[in-house]
Ligand binder design. Structure first.
Ligand SMILES: Cc1cc2nc3c(=O)[nH]c(=O)nc-3n(C[C@H](O)[C@H](O)[C@H](O)COP(=O)(O)O)c2cc1C
Length: 359
């Protein structure tokens, strides 16, 4: 048993958080399986409409009576010109031709209402709420706390961790640059905040007094013990769960996870306008030739949605966003519960091995 500040704070058996992964991978089945196995299951709800969030929370509650988390994107105020959007649309039309979809002259609706999403979380008294892409207002944090919710923020630098602590979060997810998915960076350019987990975690631990959760490239019990040694109170694993049967990731995406190598991921702005790490695709490669500016998140995300959705329907992973971290070669397709069990077993073995060192 590894008891830490986080296991006590979240009332979980193991210091393992399953990363919220918006866009489909995190299903009620996955979150509940992780929570039932003693970790903290969670749902990436950033793209979900408020009613869908409510339904999802209820579906999780039908499957577990253990704590679980819901994650939201802190909204941004994107600013771009009509000319940038038009130029991007022209470029994207070449992909649309390849996929046989009609050209898309208008910018689709880009984001759910954050206020309405928060209202549902307050009404449902969700056990844990986490945020990425920024800091919610102190009013939001206080309102959640008043409902008994534990609030987590995501930091990619020490400064972001300090800002989140000052805003009142209970704990901080330190997201190293190995991480799959979008960078949570919000106080500087994401390209200037690519700090690896091993360097980031102890620096954040030194500079904040709330517990720290290590994320990025952690795939098993070795990563758990390494993170605890760096001062983290828990780990958050995303890629490790992507190919599990409970994950809602597209079958072609799971297949790519299971067959890829550790050097095939890269950080791209192509799909969403925000830095994110994923398996290299034809879509990403063709963006290397793009000379214009990429509209910021969430505009670019909305502009590429039809391409990603059509590609998923046609089973064409080369046009899909295949977010994954650098540890993906250690991913396996076992059940979420067995991933948790094996992580703890392996962590115990590592502790045994370490205790023999120096004897
Ligand atoms: C497919 C995918 C989607 C993600 N979506 C979110 C999200 O919606 N919210 C969030 O806070 N983090 C998101 N992340 C990042 C994770 O929270 C976490 O930082 C990351 O998975 C840790 O690195 P790992 O993938 O190497 O385990 C996502 C990661 C992946 C792989």
């Amino acid at each position: 048993m590894f008891q830490t500040e986080i296991t006590r704070m979240l009332d979980i058996r193991h210091p393992i958080l399953q990363a919220p992964m918006a866009g489909g991978p995190t299903t009620p089945d996955l979150a509940a399986a992780v929570s039932n196995a003693g970790g903290l299951g969670s749902i990436g709800a950033g793209y979900l409409a408020p009613d869908r969030i409510r339904d999802t929370i209820r579906e999780i509650r039908q499957r577990t009576d253990r704590p679980f988390g819901i994650n939201l994107f802190v909204p941004e105020q994107p600013c771009t010109s009509e000319a940038t959007i038009a130029e991007m649309n022209d470029f994207l039309n070449s992909f649309r031709v390849e996929l046989g979809i009609a050209s898309n002259p208008s910018t689709p609706k880009s984001a759910e209402s954050f206020e309405d999403q928060i209202r549902i979380l307050l009404e449902e008294s969700v056990p844990v709420v986490s945020f990425t892409f920024g800091m919610p207002s102190e009013d939001v944090i206080q309102a959640l706390k008043a409902r008994g919710t534990t609030v987590l923020g995501t930091a990619t630098t020490v400064e972001e961790a300090q800002a989140l602590e000052a805003a009142g979060v209970h704990a901080i997810v330190a997201q190293g640059s190995e991480s799959g998915g979008h960078r949570g960076t919000f106080l500087k350019d994401a390209a200037d905040a690519l700090i690896g987990t091993m360097a980031l975690v102890p620096q954040v631990v030194e500079h904040v007094s709330v517990p720290v959760v290590a994320a990025g490239g952690i795939m098993d019990g070795r990563g758990l013990i390494a993170s605890l040694a760096l001062g983290a109170s828990a780990i958050q694993m995303g890629t490790a769960f992507l190919a599990s049967p409970e994950s809602g990731a597209h079958p072609a995406y799971k297949q790519k996870i299971m067959s890829s190598t550790e050097d095939c991921t890269e950080v791209t702005y192509a799909y969403s306008g925000k830095a994110a790490r994923g398996i290299r695709t034809k879509f990403m490669e063709e963006f290397r030739n793009y000379q214009g500016a990429i509209p910021p998140y969430p505009i670019q995300n909305a502009m590429t949605r039809d391409i990603r959705q059509t590609a998923a329907q046609a089973n064409l992973p080369e046009y899909m966003s295949l977010w994954a971290g650098q540890g993906l070669r250690l991913a396996d397709d076992r059940s979420a519960a067995s991933i948790i069990d094996r992580t703890i077993e392996q962590a115990n073995d590592v502790v045994g091995m370490i205790s023999t060192l120096g004897k």
